[in-house]
Write a protein that binds this ligand. Sequence first.
Ligand SMILES: Nc1nc2c(ncn2[C@@H]2O[C@H](COP(=O)(O)OP(=O)(O)OP(=O)(O)O)[C@@H](O)[C@H]2O)c(=O)[nH]1
Ligand SMILES: [Mg+2]
Length: 354
Amino acid sequence: MALSIGIVGLPNVGKSTLFNALTKAGALAANYPFATIEPNVGVVPVPDARLAELAKIDNPAQIVPATVEFVDIAGLVAGASKGEGLGNQFLANIRETDAICEVVRFFSDPDVVHVDGKVNPSSDVETIKTELILADMATIEKALPRLEKDAKRDKAAAEKLETAKKVLEGLNEGHRARTLNLSDEERAAVYDLHLLTMKPILYVANVDEDQVTADFAEIDGCAPVPISAKIEADLAELDAEEAQMFLEEMGLEESGLARLAREAYALLGLQSYFTSGEKETKAWTIPIGAKAPQAAGVIHSDFERGFIKAETASYEDYVALGGEKGCREAGKLRQEGKEYVVQDGDVMHFKFNV
Ligand SMILES: Nc1nc2c(ncn2[C@@H]2O[C@H](COP(=O)(O)OP(=O)(O)OP(=O)(O)O)[C@@H](O)[C@H]2O)c(=O)[nH]1
Ligand SMILES: [Mg+2]
């Protein structure tokens, strides 16, 4: 499960600067499967200090972090949905992402042109919201003739049509699809329309360099993540040690990438568990609340299908007791079954039979 996130925002707000910094920083992280699928798609590792601690114990041939895929598209301007600018045609590139990261310009640099002539985060957020809503309305309107045709034949399709109309009405009133009062069934019914405003959204405030540790007012009910794309771009040029010193000078504990990855995990209700041995130490991404078989299925569907049990140690025990052997001897290696709810940081070893 590679988590994917589409980056949106007005033109010139720092989307590509941030994207390049993210992917470059990623490329520098040693020993992980970096991939640039297309120029505007970058796969970056999720920073997790626990991996290095586990690796100290198991000395694996490789360390494999979880990854997040970012998709960078051209800026959207007011009227994008009617064909203004290039933005709308690029929206198709982010239809299948899991979440949206909206970059909002807060930085003041007068040398960087703002499309509306002044820096105004809340009005910018409104503009993007409107364009995403309009794009979703167009998606539904385009799908309606097909949905109507299908609805005559089968009951599920008829329900899908009804839901699509309900969502269209909500969008028309200016609401994001995600904020509409829909049942789980209704959400599922319109899932394959891949509506942009149905996705969870993370706001990045691209702030002046001296504002990265400041608090910012909520945007649309959620606190933005302050990041300086400029700092991130500088950081991406440094090696790990220099980067650490630079962060400390700026009063920061971690890079924007680390913060962004963490916030994205929280937003999407995700967590990591680990597998670790001499071959590799690896982080796997699962939804919070996932049970052991579902967690196993992220590695391979056979693991889920033929799940027998999961030998499990907490991350803390694993590190404190020097790995699997120590945990076993101390009685800290638990045999967990199908109903076990996996905890963040669990170190797991699955037994299965197919
Ligand atoms: N001062 C300052 N300038 C920035 C920052 N982030 C980006 N810029 C500058 O803003 C300009 C636009 O940045 P991009 O990253 O290309 O913006 P974009 O959002 O990708 O723009 P489009 O692709 O045209 O939609 C560039 O000149 C950047 O150097 C920042 O944090 N501070
Ligand atoms: Mg760009």
